[in-house]
Design a protein around this ligand. Structure first.
Ligand code: PDD
Length: 285
């Protein structure tokens, strides 16, 4: 079965789906994106992903290209046409096509909309969670508005590649004060020796992960101790547990940071419980 993409109003086989070479996404990374989990054929937390999309677009002054209800139909249709049961839907919106000029294109230039979807190996993801993953640390070198989910991801790409080359799954960015901001494609968490779950406060320095929001809801519902504040790499090394969250990975235990075991070096009970309970708290549509 050939995969299908949605491009500016048309559903096309991936091989013939294309965008103009003067698209501002291609030329300037002038666009935003969202990644939504698909589970049993349904979208997870679509409402929150769409709210964040509208936030990213408005911060960059890119027009919402279609009514939210129409966009929702497209997301579901792309998942359906690709027969995605367990996987992701990817949405990208750019400032559109125009002669190359750094400043905004003429008013009325239509944004480009691309949607793709694919299955992921759910069993492999569960295996990875059971084993836990390694992370490395890299210096924070991104711009100061990473709360906007922009497709401008070069530092994240280089950080992830550094992780891969060191046999790790993720790289954590460390700011100049020694605090962990977030991962290259996930939010970062620890559980301290006294059992308090810690994750950085939301500001312009991290992406407000949708998975992070739901996990904070679970923590509140289950009455766990939580401290929403920045933590240092040293605190992470001394932690009982660590984990990462993202739409495609849900909750993934971290068992090694820069080659040093976290806690007893196995996935922690808090991370595993949050992973287990996640879909009881997330929305489906
Ligand atoms: N990444 N921080 C960064 C830098 C991210 O790229 C992501 C998501 C997150 C977690 O956000 P959420 O829980 O809403 O997925 C945090 C997506 C999955 C990606 O780029 O593929």
């Amino acid at each position: 079965m050939s995969r299908i993409a949605y491009v500016n109003g048309r559903y096309l086989p991936l091989a013939s789906a294309s965008i103009n070479i003067e698209d501002r996404g291609f030329q300037f990374s002038d666009g935003v994106y969202e990644v939504c989990e698909v589970r049993a054929g349904q979208l997870i937390d679509e409402r929150r992903h769409m709210a964040r999309l509208e936030y990213s677009l408005s911060e960059l002054r890119i027009a919402m290209p279609m009514a939210p209800a129409s966009l929702s139909i497209v997301l579901h249709e792309v998942a359906r046409r690709n027969r995605v049961r367990w996987g992701i839907v990817y949405l990208q919106i750019t400032r559109g096509v125009s002669h190359r000029d750094h400043a905004f294109p003429p008013a009325g230039t239509a944004p480009t909309v691309v949607v793709t979807a694919r299955n992921l190996d759910a069993a492999a993801a569960d295996r990875m969670a059971t084993e836990g993953v390694a992370v490395i640390s890299v210096p924070e070198n991104r711009w100061e508005r990473v709360d906007i989910k922009s497709v401008s991801l070069l530092p994240n790409v280089l950080a992830k590649q550094a992780a891969r080359e060191q046999g790790a799954r993720e790289a954590w960015f460390i700011d100049k004060q020694g605090y962990v901001t977030e991962g290259s494609s996930s939010n970062a968490w620890i559980v301290t020796r006294n059992g308090t779950v810690v994750t950085r406060q939301f500001d312009h320095g991290i992406l407000r992960g949708i998975t992070r929001t739901v996990v904070l809801d679970i923590i509140a519902a289950e009455g766990l101790k939580v401290d929403v504040r920045a933590f240092t790499l040293e605190e992470a090394h001394a932690a009982r547990e660590a984990f990462i969250t993202s739409a495609s990975q849900i909750v993934l235990p971290v068992v090694k940071i820069n080659g040093r075991a976290v806690g007893d070096g196995t996935p922690g009970p808090v991370a595993m419980a949050l992973r287990r309970d996640f879909h009881n708290h997330a929305e489906t549509s």
